[in-house]
Design a protein around this ligand. Structure first.
Ligand SMILES: [Zn+2]
Length: 415
């Protein structure tokens, strides 16, 4: 049903629209954004969709259902990239959705609901620093303060929009009404190695992880490395080493991910006992209560470790973002579609952020992960097989057709 070869040809053609020859770079409101939208629009029209570009520069194709103006299932992903990116993170979800609609169109099949395919203009935040500009505009949560953000060349988002042919004053018109949207569905590469290791092509995402980032300061007593006996020391780095391992232990015990990505020893010298150490903790989990409980016990553990060594501990929060659960009926629809295609249903949490985080404010969300080679993403080596691309698109199509999606309407959405 899915033209897998055609999908791969389109993925390769879209990947050639890049501001750099070596690796892919496609930024929001750029000449490449314009070319990508135009090319995607031609594919949407060929698949039987009515196409328009909204007020933030998202490209949107609509395939009507049996009833005109029926509520739509929104299916899509993003067309922008990080710098020196791969070709599947984002475009796969947009082009697979178009391939699904093309299959429906070819056999004259109409659904009880409409399908709208959206290629979001910006998810990565590469140019202006603020992420998910496209999906936030659609969900009605766009912060107008973002219009004043400037890129590396000093061009504001508002100016860039005008050069692109968009009116910043009209931004609110991109927002959709909840009653018009049945849900948001996205196919995305996993960006991790789990599915490949399990030998499974696809999984339903349970939630997009919430995250907490902490800054930790340990204050010990600096001293002469030769004269202060070991027994009387308050070595801040030894305390930090114990704390870093406690972070790893806490994550393993709770089944979540936590990372100490920065560690700095103040005034370090070969012959000085470390007096002050700073490090960061990034901790992510699919459930907020699990994240909070793990953080509380980790902090108690670190406090205990530091007290034993006579080292002061200060923990401050840098950032906190709640988890975004996927809707149970969307997860169930993905599981059923997997079974229907002879695939073993599997569930994974998403460690990375996605447009669904913004779209969840508007409607229930569902996500499918597709395995990718070595879990590599945000790099030109990002890779999937043509067979998997076809399988992912087939699964997406079966979920798009799932009758269960229309029985739970947006009014019952309670996130
Ligand atoms: Zn992505």
């Amino acid at each position: 049903m899915i033209d897998g070869h055609g999908l791969c040809v389109q993925l390769d053609a879209l990947a050639r629209i890049s501001s750099q020859a070596d690796g892919l770079t496609r930024l929001v409101m750029s000449a490449e954004h314009r070319k990508a939208n135009d090319l995607v629009a031609t594919w949407m029209r060929a698949a039987g969709m009515r196409v328009h570009e909204d007020a933030i520069g998202n490209i949107i194709g609509r395939y009507e259902g049996l009833q005109p103006e029926a509520p739509a299932l929104i299916v899509g992903s993003h067309l922008d990239s990080v710098r020196h990116a791969g070709r599947y993170d984002g475009p796969l979800g947009v082009l697979a959705a178009i391939a699904g609609v093309a299959a429906l169109h070819q056999r004259g099949e109409k659904l009880a609901h409409a399908i709208e395919v959206i290629g979001f203009c910006d998810e990565e935040g590469t140019r202006f620093g603020a992420t998910m500009l496209g999906s936030r505009a659609v969900a009605g949560s766009f912060d107008d303060a973002a219009l004043a953000l400037r890129d590396d060349e000093g061009i504001s988002l508002a100016e860039a929009m005008q050069r692109f042919g968009l009116d910043p004053e009209a931004l609110a018109s991109a927002a959709r009404r909840p009653g018009d949207c049945l849900g948001y569905l996205e196919l995305h590469i996993e960006q991790g190695p789990v599915l490949e290791a399990l030998g499974l092509p696809c999984a339903a995402v349970t939630a997009i992880n919430g995250a907490t980032r902490l800054a930790v300061t340990l204050t010990g007593t600096a001293g002469h490395a030769g004269t202060v006996p070991m027994a009387g020391r308050h070595d801040a780095l030894c305390a930090a080493a114990a704390c870093v391992l406690a972070v790893e232990d806490a994550a393993l015990a709770a089944g979540l991910v936590a990372t100490v990505g920065r560690l700095e020893l103040r005034n370090g010298a070969i012959n000085v006992i470390p007096g002050e150490v700073h490090f960061t903790i990034d901790l992510r989990a699919p459930q907020d209560d699990l994240r909070h409980r793990t953080l509380a016990s980790l902090e108690a553990q670190m406090r205990h470790l530091c007290e034993r060594r006579g080292v002061g501990l200060k923990v401050s929060k840098l950032h906190e973002l709640a988890a975004t659960p996927c809707a149970p009926h969307m997860i169930a629809a993905i599981d059923r579609a997997c079974t229907g295609l002879g695939l073993e249903p599997h569930h994974l949490a998403s460690g990375a952020g996605h447009d669904g985080m913004a779209m969840a404010a508007l409607c229930p969300i569902g996500m499918i992960f597709l395995r990718c080679k070595g879990g590599i993403s945000h790099h030109p080596d990002e890779s999937i097989t043509p067979e998997d691309a076809c399988l992912g698109a087939s699964l997406l199509l079966e979920v798009m057709r799932a009758p269960g999606l229309t029985s739970v309407n947006a009014a019952s959405h309670k996130f």
